[in-house]
Write a new protein. Structure first.
Length: 65
């Protein structure tokens, strides 16, 4: 996968590859809005980059008993 100039700039700013930073931030913050804010990205940018980087969106369903 060829990364865009904007992706490479984000990696430089974050200090690690996006493929590592995004899943770690998801684990830490739990939702994409918080991840985008923490990484300094727009939410729409995060949504479009995740599939390109091979990062799956995880959904947690709440149980209603």
């Amino acid at each position: 996968m060829v990364k865009t100039k904007k992706m490479l700039e984000a990696e430089t700013q974050i200090g690690q590859p996006l493929e590592k930073a995004i899943p770690e931030a998801l684990e830490k913050y739990g939702n994409l809005e918080a991840v985008a804010e923490a990484l300094g990205l727009k939410l729409s940018t995060l949504y479009s980059w995740m599939p390109r980087l091979g990062i799956a969106k995880k959904y947690v369903l709440a149980r209603s008993d």
